[in-house]
Design a protein around this ligand. Sequence first.
Ligand SMILES: Cc1cc2nc3c(=O)[nH]c(=O)nc-3n(C[C@H](O)[C@H](O)[C@H](O)COP(=O)(O)O)c2cc1C
Length: 261
Amino acid sequence: MAAEEEGLTGPGEAWPAPEPDPRPGPDARREPAEHRPEPKSVPELLLGRPPMARPLPTFDAEAAPAEPGPLFVDWLATALAAGVPDPQVVTLSTVDADGLPDARVLVLRDVDASGTGWVFSAAADSPKGRQLADHPAAALTVYWPQLGRQVRVRGTVERAADLVAAAEFATRSPDARVGALVGRQSEPMASLAEYDEAVAVARRRLEATPDAVAAGHAVYTLWAHEVEYWQGDAQRRHVRLRYTRTGPVRTPEWSRTLLWP
Ligand SMILES: Cc1cc2nc3c(=O)[nH]c(=O)nc-3n(C[C@H](O)[C@H](O)[C@H](O)COP(=O)(O)O)c2cc1C
């Protein structure tokens, strides 16, 4: 298991197989599966499945707190209570040296009380790490389908001191640390056997030196300039509230604006 998956699977587990969804889909009542024609295209698969066509919570944006942090805690707690799987998994968007956007999901580790600092960790020598070194700005996005809620964060990114990264690394499970010690994330790989061999080497290294820290392990803080809370509505009366930071990161002040959906 790679370091980044820490917290999503138990120690020693591979990626869990997706649970079959016990709920019948919109087509389930039409005819038995064996009589249904094979779906041919993306539009056919999506036919009759508009997003957010279900009861969704409301969002009183005008009563929202003065800073974006408390609202994120509130929405995250609601997502957990609603059974959203892995609500801490967010999309991190960066840009590469050619200005081409890149994006991938990762685990959000923390958000400070005001909602200014959004913390995640990654390998500094991975593509995203190199992109952040060259261009330290990013966006984080999360969508929680059960609630029809999206949160969008944009800002500049700062890499924490190695001591901070080492302390965070020590909190991870042995399997997660082994995964990070293997390194070489996103490099082409000849075979899975090659990976298994590298894991065995990393495991032996960790047994011999339990304090070993992966060279590229990095903790990053995205210092938000903007945080948007987006509440979807089946009738398209989506409610959007954008916080814009006006003060410095250590003493932030925020203005709030409603946005047209
Ligand atoms: C559920 C999930 C959680 C993940 N968490 C992380 C993470 O916390 N950190 C990380 O670097 N990659 C994480 N990954 C892997 C990334 O999506 C990505 O594949 C990897 O970081 C390489 O990205 P890059 O080539 O853009 O650097 C996660 C993937 C999934 C599916």
